[in-house]
Design a protein around this ligand. Structure first.
Ligand SMILES: [Zn+2]
Length: 294
């Protein structure tokens, strides 16, 4: 079901409920999401899972406001080995899934089962300042459950997240109860009532309805305050310099061997498929003692 009638919508929007201490975020993406999943031949079930990760990083980016890059990564030892999404301060999104391509693809994905002992890593990398990471064990079937756990651990704030994707669109909804001192004229039942109403949201509505319509369906009896929308898009932060730095991290000896064996080093960006080729001249002065190569 596509309620959007082929509109291009790649937006995130903050909202709050008057007279309560509850705030929210809503994200809905279509072409930005499609630009991410078309980079690789994903089975539909992985396109959907990656869509949930992309919607999640968009929400996280708007909640954890930093001038820099925020990434969400799931790592494990099962059918899925890595899922990674990233978003920067200009709302550039990218993401990737790595899985056991020689194994049959399950029809539905339980994050806990398919990651086998997996965990989520949330990395906050400000442009200026120290990078820090939050780690949370994957204990539930869905990404949303693990992220709710993360918010409870890191901010001690009750938070609820709903995520959905269908290979064409992905969407998410986030609600958070702010500390009591920020409550306006105490509406004690607000959190229970607002999360209960949000729990009635269907996957079709999450990926198919524009924000105002979705919030109206869920909350037509509440006073919802909407803030400015921000546009998001696919964008890759790779560059020739960053790729060269990544190659250098494998060590001088290995690089020298590759240069001799393969007459150069070829690297394809996994996120955007950009091709980078490096020859011996690119490494001049970068491999320490050059005596062995000549
Ligand atoms: Zn790239």
């Amino acid at each position: 079901m596509n309620f959007l009638n082929n509109l291009t919508v790649n937006e995130i929007q903050r909202f709050s409920f008057d007279h309560t201490n509850v705030r929210g975020e809503r994200v809905l993406l279509n072409s930005a999401y499609q630009d991410i999943i078309k980079r690789k031949e994903y089975p539909l079930v992985l396109e959907k899972l990656l869509g949930e990760f992309v919607a999640a990083i968009a929400l996280l980016r708007d909640i954890i406001k930093i001038d820099g890059v925020l990434s969400l990564q799931a790592k494990g030892n099962g059918f899925l080995s890595t899922l990674m999404t990233e978003c920067d301060e200009k709302q550039n999104l990218r993401g990737i899934v790595q899985w056991q391509e020689d194994q049959p693809v399950p029809e539905t994905i339980s994050l806990k089962d398919q990651l086998e002992g997996g965990y989520l890593v949330i990395t906050i990398a400000p442009r200026n300042g120290q990078t820090y990471q939050g780690i949370v064990e994957v204990t539930g079937d869905t990404l949303a459950e693990s992220l709710e756990q993360y918010f409870f651990q890191s901010e001690q704030l009750p938070s609820r997240i709903w995520l959905a994707a269908n290979g064409v669109q992905c969407g998410g909804l986030f609600l958070q109860r702010l500390p009591e001192e920020q409550a306006k004229e105490g509406d004690e039942d607000a959190w229970t009532r607002l999360t209960h109403l949000a729990s009635t949201v269907s996957e079709e509505e999450l990926v198919g309805l524009e924000t105002e319509e979705l919030l109206h369906r869920l909350y037509h009896e509440e006073e919802v305050r909407l803030y400015d929308t921000k546009t998001m898009q696919f964008g890759c932060s790779c560059s020739r310099q960053r790729t060269l730095e990544a190659v250098l991290s494998i060590g001088a000896e290995e690089i020298r061997e590759l240069l001799i064996e393969q007459d150069g080093i070829q690297v394809d960006c996994q996120f955007c498929a950009e091709h980078y080729a490096f020859s011996e001249a690119d490494f001049e002065g970068l491999l320490g003692d050059q005596a062995q190569t000549h």
